[in-house]
Design a protein around this ligand. Sequence first.
Ligand code: F0G
Length: 354
Amino acid sequence: MTLSVPAGVIERYLEFLPFADGAPDLTIGEGGTPLVRAPVLEDRTGIREVWLKLEGCNPTGSFKDRGMVVAVAKALEADARALICASTGNTAAAAAAYGARAGVMTVCVVPHGSTAAGKLAQTRMFGARVVAVTGTFDHALTIVRQLAERDGVILVNSVNPHRLEGQKTAAFEIVDALGDAPDELYLPVGNAGNIAAYWRGFVGYREAGRATQTPVLRGFQAEGAAPMVLGHPIDDPVTQASAIRIGNPANWEEAAAACDASDGSIEAVPEAAMADAYRLLAQEMGVFVESASAAGVAGLLQRRAGGSASPERVVCVLTGSGLKDPDTALRESDDPIAAPPDLDAVTRVLGWSD
Ligand code: F0G
């Protein structure tokens, strides 16, 4: 009997990736994430098909794994001595995991006090060296860009072109599953790499004859951290969604060009709308995401409420797992009901006594 081993994104999409000399042997099983229908959102929006791409099902719980496996494979080709990144948490966890897998030291610089607990726990367990700076993500990125000028130190933020090459595989998977690109794609925007990567993927697939169309891109930033909506960088981005608390996105130009080419938009969503979408996904769809990941769904509901024209088929990208940020989940949900360990007491606190 032949065992069939799930391939990672490099093996599955090699012909579209920057490996002229064959597939490097690096994967932790990234990609191949579920695409599930969301009838609750179809009812609410009147859109015929709403699909959710569950990127939290990647090995470290976010979409970053797709880009990181390619970036780290390329770093190995370049004989890297160390990987370095700035991160609001998910990039750090992915870099640390693939660094561990590849046997390369990883350094992660994160904003102090605003990195979700699950992300820090992962990054630390994978053995990365973590530096917490008393500043924002944008400060951290400025610092790591300079440290990466040292010999053998590879920057694995999404300014590393190989990251976006890997991340574009999510677009391939969507087309492979649906038979064509959707009419619209909804997703959160932070450092603005992912939206650019999706565009590369959809355009690449159309050019290869695998899709007949490309989607309209709909990116969403949190209202208090929306430099691309305001049209200028901001020094002090504010949002509960720490993953996308970024004031000066590194991939601004490519993302803005992608959005324009798609006839799309980058819009702001209020905190309350993101929190509502975060709860709605969990409590009516059984999908537990981190709060930043709910921005696309919040944006979809906001646009429909505003009476925008109805597309027929849309995909919302849910970028990260809810387990990344247990503190927000515990704050946004009901406390357990305390009870002594006997049947009567538990029946009573449930309100099930006759
Ligand atoms: N959603 C999640 C869960 C993220 O972690 C990020 C970015 C985004 C969306 C936005 O994606 O930056 O490509 O526009 N997280 C980065 C990090 C900044 O350091 O983990 P983007």
